[in-house]
Design a binder for this molecule. Structure first.
Ligand SMILES: Nc1ncnc2c1ncn2[C@@H]1O[C@H](COP(=O)(O)OP(=O)(O)OP(=O)(O)O)[C@@H](O)[C@H]1O
Ligand SMILES: Nc1ncnc2c1ncn2[C@@H]1O[C@H](COP(=O)(O)OP(=O)(O)OP(=O)(O)O)[C@@H](O)[C@H]1O
Ligand SMILES: [Mg+2]
Ligand SMILES: [Mg+2]
Lengths: 256, 256
């Protein structure tokens, strides 16, 4: 069955979507079968894979509210071997719609279980909050992946996030582990980048990937062309970093 | 009475906290009496003003849940003429606590009304979501201020945000207007910055401030010293930009 990874951090703008889109693409390029679920009403991951609004008629909101089957919600992407369940602003209504449901935290897990054997990886891109969508993602996931921007405010939020992951492990999902922490938007001109990177490695050690994602303008240009950066500019530092990160994730496959 | 401004954008990491902290400081330096309310459970605005955890015993969570009076929640800051109502992770519990309240959207407005004559400006720093805390801020506010990062994903979220502000104006707060859109983290090396800036000015015209906040490493360093950038490095491009922005906000005072 697939390895289900929730990409999460309640701090905004730290590279959750960028990491989901580009790591998933690098894994698909390494012949893994990958599904990306866009669980953020902003729909940025769907945009990152070039899905226009008309391609999102059948989206995660309709799937979670039971209006469509999962087959209708899974869309091909321009990346061979990578499928996407897209999102639109409609998804922000799901929190209220599910509020009376008995098992509202497990709605996403029930959906994913139907296709768990069709993929090697299922990534869930989370919104910047710890609400019902993120709880659904953490309850469905085998592991949480935490992008961490090399900035001071982002460092502050890390301990809150670890507490949340621990709370989910002690309640809704006892098997939840940390897949790893990914340092993002590292800028060697900014002396804070080193401070944050060293600080995180000191606290979390081997849980932090060796690969550091550099701040690279090509990474932020790619979504405006509806492409992952690997398809937009394979030779740029951003692409190389996400390919190296995929290498580290693949190495983790062998470990229990 | 004070002008109440909610600094909001559901897109994460666009400069909401940085704009709140530094614009409020520049206005206090121009002899305005300013109160900053940290309505984000991440507590970044509280950190930006140097409030340690022990200074946050009485926070917005306790105030909104009725445990303390507003006088206990208002703390002095290192900026003369600027007070802060701080936050901690406890605030994320308020959404559930208030869910059965009759007027849960107006909780913050009821609190602010008590001190509205003590200040010239009251800023509310919002979390990156459109949940109860942001709805409370928009329901209490005279106007919304929207920081917009000069990046592609950030542009995408703008129309959703405008719809939300419109929905609040048509329901909970008929007087809500747009104070203005602030372009942030503008980087002349990144050709997207110009694309986004031109695109936004084309759509929103005079609603976009003339002042553009440049990407400036001193701005992101300042919070690690618990200071607004104006106190950390008054001569840097970031400080100059926030001072210019305060000048534009002051010019708006005369307009009805
Ligand atoms: N390595 C990088 N180099 C340059 N820009 C980057 C990099 N990673 C991300 N960005 C840009 O930074 C911004 C924030 O990244 P992204 O949207 O992926 O973060 P996020 O955590 O998903 O945000 P949100 O909290 O809103 O979901 C985007 O405009 C993105 O293009
Ligand atoms: N002009 C700037 N130049 C350089 N860095 C900046 C600038 N403005 C903000 N930053 C940095 O970018 C990051 C995001 O900014 P900030 O935290 O203010 O955004 P936010 O919208 O409040 O985020 P959130 O959505 O998590 O509340 C922070 O680390 C901040 O220090
Ligand atoms: Mg995102
Ligand atoms: Mg903030």
């Amino acid at each position: 069955p697939a390895r289900i990874i929730a990409v999460t951090n309640q701090k905004g703008g730290v590279g959750k979507t960028t990491t989901t889109v580009n790591l998933a693409t690098a894994l698909a390029a390494s012949k893994r079968r990958v599904l990306v679920i866009d669980a953020d009403p902003q729909g940025n991951a769907s945009t990152g894979f070039g899905l226009e609004m008309e391609d999102r008629q059948h989206d995660l909101y309709q799937l979670m509210s039971g209006a469509i089957s999962i087959d209708a919600a899974i869309h091909p992407s321009l990346v061979k071997g990578l499928m996407v369940i897209p999102s639109t602003g409609d998804l922000s209504a799901i929190e209220i719609e599910l509020s009376d449901y008995e098992d509202r935290e497990y709605r996403l897990k029930a959906i994913i279980d139907e296709v768990i054997d069709d993929y090697d990886y299922i990534f869930i891109d989370c919104p910047p909050s710890l609400g019902l969508l993120t709880v659904n993602a953490l309850s469905a996931a085998d592991a949480a992946m935490v992008p961490l921007q090399c900035e001071y405010y982002a460092l502050e939020g890390l301990s809150q996030l670890m507490k949340t992951i621990e709370a989910v492990r002690n309640g809704l999902n006892p098997d939840l582990v940390l897949q790893g922490v990914v340092l993002t938007m590292y800028d060697r001109r900014n002396r804070l980048s080193d401070l944050v990177a060293n600080d995180v490695r000191q606290h979390l050690g081997p849980l932090v990937y060796t690969t550091i994602i550099p701040r690279n303008v090509r990474v932020s240009e790619a979504p405006s062309y509806g492409k992952p950066v690997l398809l937009y500019d394979l030779d740029c530092p951003g692409s190389k970093a996400y390919i190296a990160l995929a290498g580290e994730v693949i190495k983790q496959e062998g470990q229990a």
